[in-house]
Design a protein around this ligand. Structure first.
Ligand code: ZN
Length: 484
């Protein structure tokens, strides 16, 4: 079939416009090949194309198989709070019947796997009911970035959610980005007057669908273990500005907006006491409205408070990304709109990790250079204002006190390894190897002790048996006086 003769739904003028667009984009291709390449690159909908086997196909509109988590839901009413800000309040919780809304039946039918007709697959099949995909989540190189700081301020409305990130991207960290999605292709066979054709559709759905955790207790227990232990969690540093750390109005009319500034320096004994208070607040699960500001607004610490200590103890891998700050905030240089310094934040995190994340084995640090340095801008009274020196100070001291850590990666903002961090990276490797060897030797000693105990018990039993036989023999032959 001549592809140029295919019946199209587009009018001639639109087709000509696309053809000229294709020529500009792919001038080195034949006109039809250029058009196909251009249509495919743009996923243009409604234009019939022939595939390599000469079969007709057409792109159709994308399907969204998820619900926007930032949707307010029913029952909210506007209210004016502190500084004339507008907030949305709601009496009571959003009802489960709103949260558990099933998708439209036609949409569910379109994406349903054939096995979903009563789940009649044999147990050994990879899509059997008991082999749900939570553990096979395609996140091996990606990380989950949770957003647990919420706000009911109209301008910065946000609910708890997450996004999936590949590598490091310190820009656009506003939580409204819906990159928690995965895309799949759906192929549907259709017919028209010219015969059979295939509709291609891109389907967007949540990369992690944790709703299956609500199925039953077993699913919840197994799924929770996989969710927290098999994934890496990624955090940017806290940005204490009003829009990044927004206020929330409570029903009683008070506005929650505690001071997001972190206690520092963490080496000070009084500050250590403040950090201990923060740990207790997370451990004792105090109401979030009573949290210290530096716990409330810090993405990592607020996350630990939200998931509770039992789940924190499952976490094995973390990534932190931030600027190794060299300038003093304020004035025209940054107008104090910078996020927290990576080093100062890690100094606060380390005692918290030691208390709440006993199974954390891997940490990746993305240490970005400070772009706002210049004459008269440097932090004074600290180690020399060079990123390497500030980072080295942390690497050679504080970070080595992280008890459970086996693997450390130190990269720049682009994900390139920082060579000067290698001695510490090696130090963790060697400590891990030493610990593994000690565990091996301890297990061996335990096994040996168990084997000797068994051997001794067998020997003692044999002794008792032989003594009993000897007694029987002597008794039989009236020789009792011999054995006394
Ligand atoms: Zn600054």
């Amino acid at each position: 079939m001549d592809p140029n003769q295919l019946k199209q739904t587009w009018d001639a003028e639109t087709i000509e416009l696309w053809k000229s667009g294709a020529y500009l984009k792919f001038p080195y291709l034949e006109p039809y090949q250029a058009l196909v390449a251009y249509l495919q690159s743009q996923r243009a909908k409604g234009y019939f194309i022939l595939n390599e086997d000469g079969e007709r196909y057409v792109w159709c509109k994308e399907l969204d198989y998820y619900k926007d988590k930032n949707e307010r839901g029913p029952g909210y009413f506007p209210e004016t709070g502190q500084d004339n800000r507008r907030f949305y309040l709601r009496k009571g919780k959003v009802p489960m019947r709103y949260i558990d809304r099933p998708k439209e039946r036609s949409l569910s039918a379109m994406i349903a796997h054939p096995s979903e007709r009563q789940w009649n697959l044999p147990k050994y099949h990879k899509r059997h009911f008991m082999k749900l995909p939570l553990g096979d989540c395609p996140l091996s190189s990606a990380a989950i970035q949770p957003f647990t700081v919420t706000s009911n301020w109209k301008t910065e409305w946000r609910t708890q959610r997450h996004r999936i990130r590949e590598g490091n991207d310190m820009s656009d960290h506003h939580p409204s980005f819906t990159t928690h999605l995965c895309s799949f292709l759906i192929f549907t066979k259709c017919h028209d007057e010219d015969g059979e054709y295939t509709e291609y559709q891109k389907l967007n759905r949540a990369a992690i669908d944790a709703t299956c955790l609500r199925t039953c207790k077993n699913f919840h227990d197994i799924g929770t273990q996989k969710l927290y232990s098999n994934n890496t969690f990624y955090f940017l540093m806290c940005d204490g500005t009003i829009h990044r750390s927004p206020p929330t109005l409570l029903l009683n009319g008070t506005t929650v907006r505690p001071n997001p500034a972190k206690p520092r320096p963490a080496s000070d004994s009084q500050i250590l006491q403040t950090i201990q208070t923060g740990i207790s607040e997370i451990q004792n699960q105090i109401d979030y409205t009573s949290l210290s500001g530096w716990v409330y607004y810090d993405p990592f610490l607020q996350f630990l408070h939200s998931i509770r200590p039992k789940k924190s103890s499952l976490i094995k891998s973390l990534k932190f990304s931030g600027i190794v700050k060299l300038h003093i905030c304020g004035g025209d240089r940054c107008r104090s709109k910078c996020a927290d310094d990576l080093i100062a934040s890690l100094e606060v995190y380390i005692p918290i990790i030691n208390s709440l994340l006993p199974n954390l084995t891997k940490v990746t640090l993305y240490a970005a250079r400070d772009q706002l340095t210049g004459p008269g801008s440097h932090i004074t009274g600290e180690t020399p204002p060079i990123s390497e020196d500030r980072l080295l100070h942390l690497l050679e001291k504080e970070i080595r006190t992280t008890c459970s850590l086996n693997v450390l990666e130190v990269l720049d903002a682009e994900g390139v390894k920082l060579a000067f961090a290698e001695p510490t990276v090696m130090w963790f490797k060697e400590r891990a190897a030493k610990r593994a060897q000690e565990r091996f030797l301890a297990n061996l000693a335990e096994q040996k002790a168990a084997t000797s105990a068994i051997a001794f018990a067998t020997f003692a039993e044999a002794l008792v048996t032989s003594e009993r036989l000897a007694r029987q023999f002597f008794h039989k032959h009236n020789l009792n006086e011999v054995i006394g």
